[in-house]
Design a binder for this molecule. Structure first.
Ligand code: ARG
Length: 431
């Protein structure tokens, strides 16, 4: 390993202890190495604006940072255990190429604000992807809700309850994923603050150009107080995982529906064949493995959130414990995005089995309609309810799912789905 940045004469470096300190940290740093480089670039510009590096040094540093990004992207530069972490690798490379100018780059910054800013940029991008995935899912759901409408049994307690429809099912998930996209957008705005320039967590005796780095890195605002910047590590990761969790919880329930609806017993839905797998022993099987892993993905997000929450039992200021938050956030977010990106295509291609859905609608499922009709004509609801309960099957005779659905005029329900309202909310998210 290259000499650690903090190594001073007189301290002995023990390889085993270094391994423990680093663990897989340097490998994890690959994930946001480009963001670390981008933040280093902004920092160099900030140093130039206050005269800590001169114009030609700033130019050389900028050039070498760009070259490092290119080499990293092309695989010419590999971020590995030769370095204690990605932050050290940047300084080592600049120093190797530029000598003193490289040795100046860490003026007024600490790895503590470096890791914060790299993580923050990475989180912002991932939230933007989350918003896009939720919008794409909502959009497919809205399209299908608008152009098809088959009767679907509605369940409560997994017992047949009332007639529902595929349109209401799709519109329900559309609205839920619009809510999730909205939450992700609000979370993005919440974390959109620049921690660079807070140094180790207490500021520095230099008039750093934090306004410049904030603008250059595309942040909405500066994270003002250095102590607050350190307090946000882990806390912002949790907020992001909660935004993911919201979408993944909806996905878990959607996947549950699909795994149930694809059983022979229900047989309401067929998945596109590429979303199913075979069994290694049972030649007759097609299994909905993809849907099951979509359902399971929430667990990774929730576990990541819990792990970070456990780490945060800390006093204020930087503590090395926080390093462990990186693996969790990367893992949770990767699982979340990996699941969500499959959903629009899956939903666009799933096929309803109309005859099975109709066959599962039994006359008793009109009893609520019958009771409410009576109540609407003046009979006290409780009396109408009892009458319909006694003759639930009779109450349903002669009724059709179409009639029931056409009469479901309460706002938002089948006969008044208000897809335009949902569409407007969806469109507003792209503004
Ligand atoms: N790998 C470290 C982390 O993720 C970077 C910051 C190191 N700072 C320090 N003071 N040792 O937290």
């Amino acid at each position: 390993m290259t000499d650690p940045l903090w190594h001073k004469s007189g301290t002995r470096i023990d390889a085993r202890i270094m391994r423990f300190l680093g663990q897989d940290d340097v490998i994890l740093d690959r994930e946001f190495f480009l963001h670390d480089i981008a933040a280093s670039h902004a920092h160099v510009e900030g140093l130039a604006s206050i005269g800590v590096v001169n114009a030609s040094e700033a130019q050389a540093l900028t050039r070498e940072l760009a070259a490092l990004a290119d080499d990293f992207n092309s695989g010419v530069f590999v971020l590995d255990e030769r370095f204690e972490d990605g932050h050290s690798a940047i300084e080592a490379r600049l120093t190797e190429r530029l000598g003193d100018a490289g040795r100046k780059v860490h003026t007024g910054r600490s790895r503590n604000d470096q890791v914060l800013v790299a993580t923050r940029l990475w989180l912002k991008e991932r939230l933007a992807s989350l918003i896009e995935h939720c919008r794409a899912i909502a959009s497919v759901c809205l399209e299908r809700a608008a152009c098809e409408s088959l009767p679907l049994p509605g369940y409560t307690h997994l017992q047949r309850a009332v007639v529902s429809s595929t349109a209401m099912w799709f519109a329900g998930f559309a609205e839920s994923f619009i809510d999730d996209a909205t939450r992700a957008r609000d979370t993005l705005a919440w974390i959109d603050a620049n921690p660079l320039g807070t140094a180790a967590g207490y500021g520095v005796n230099l008039k750093l150009d934090r306004e410049h780095t904030t603008r250059a890195l595309g942040f909405a605002r500066m994270q003002v107080n250095p102590v607050a910047a350190q307090l946000s590590r882990g806390k912002f990761e949790i907020a992001v995982l909660e935004a993911f969790g919201s979408a993944l919880l909806d996905l878990r329930r959607l996947a549950w529906d699909l795994s149930l609806f694809t059983t022979v017993e229900f047989n309401f839905v067929s998945l596109p064949p590429q979303y199913t797998t075979g069994s290694s022993i049972m030649p007759n099987k097609r299994n909905p493995d993809v849907v099951e892993l979509l359902r399971a993905s929430y667990a990774s997000v929730a576990a990541a959130r819990t792990e970070i929450e456990q780490l945060l039992s800390l006093p204020s200021g930087y503590q090395r414990d926080l390093q462990f938050s990186k693996g969790s956030i990367f893992h949770g977010v990767r699982h979340g995005l990996g699941a969500l990106e499959l959903v629009p295509d899956l939903l666009a291609h799933l096929q309803w089995n109309e005859s099975a859905m109709r066959a599962a609608i039994e006359p008793q499922m009109y009893a609520t309609d019958a009771a409410i009709e009576q109540a609407a004509s003046g009979v006290p609801f409780r009396d109408a309810y009892r009458a319909a309960a006694e003759e639930a099957a009779a109450a349903g005779q002669g009724r059709t799912p179409e009639q029931s659905l056409a009469a479901r005029v309460s706002p938002g329900a089948h006969a008044d789905l208000r897809l335009d309202e949902l569409r407007q909310r969806l469109d507003a998210l792209s503004a």
